[in-house]
Design a protein around this ligand. Sequence first.
Ligand code: 13P
Length: 257
Amino acid sequence: MPKRPYIVGNWKMHGTRAMLSEARTIDRAAQRHMKVEVAIAPPYTLIHPVHREAEQIAVGAQDCHHEESGAHTGDISAAMVADAGGKFVILGHSERRQNHGETDSEIKAKADAALNAGLRIILCCGESEKTRDSGKAVSHVKKQLKASLPQFEDSSEDISERLTVAYEPIWAIGTGKTATTDDIAEMHGEIRALLISLYGEEHGAEVRILYGGSVKPENAAEILATQDVGGALVGGASLTADSFMGIAMAAGEAEES
Ligand code: 13P
C-alpha cells in the first residue's frame, strides 16, 4: 500500500516554550487530516515538551551524535533523543554539513546509531548552485547518498518505515527559489533507482523521498504531485500552524486527486 504523504517541519534554531501553542495547534489540525503524516523537529529543548503535548504528530531531532554517550560537550545521542520522546532524527542537513563540517561517513555513523536507538531517520542530500550549474547535480547527490545511507543487515527489517530520504537543493533553502518540477522528478527518479539498487525493489520502491527548499502552501500542491515525491521537509513555513498545515492540506488533496 502506498504510504501517506509525510510532511515534516524542521524548526531549525527557532522556538522557545512560547512556540508550544503552535505545536499544539499543528497537532490538533493533524488529527483532522489523517491522510497525511505530520511531524516536527523542534530544537532539542522542545522535544520533550512537544512530545508531552502531541497526540497525533511525531516529534524528532535535527541531529544526533554517533556515539551513545561520552565526552562530547554540547552533543546529544540518539538514545537521549529517544528518551525525550523523539521518534526520528534528521541527519546530514546541508546546514550541518556546511556549518559543522559533517562528512558522509559521519552521517552514516549517525544513521546507524539512530537506527540502533530505535529512531526513524530522515537522511538529507542536495547540491549547491555551483554543482547544479556545472551539470553535476545528479552525480553529486548519488555520491552523497551512497556514502551516507545505512546498511540494513536484517532482511526482515521494514526499511521503508525506518528510512526517509530528503532531497534539498542548497540553493533553494530559505531563498524563495524552488527547483522546477522537471528537475525534482529527475532527481527523485535517480534517488529511487539508487534506493532500489541498494535495498531491492520491495523496500527501495517504498522509501519516501521528501523534497525540501522553500516549500510553501502556494507551491506545495504542484511539488507534491510530482512523480516520486513522498512529502516535504519544510523550514520557514513550518513555524506557524497556518502555513505548515496549508502544506499538509495540499498534500492531502494531491493524495485524493
Ligand atoms: P526552507 O523551507 O526554509 O527553505 O528550509 C528548507 C529546509 O532546510 C528544511 O530542512
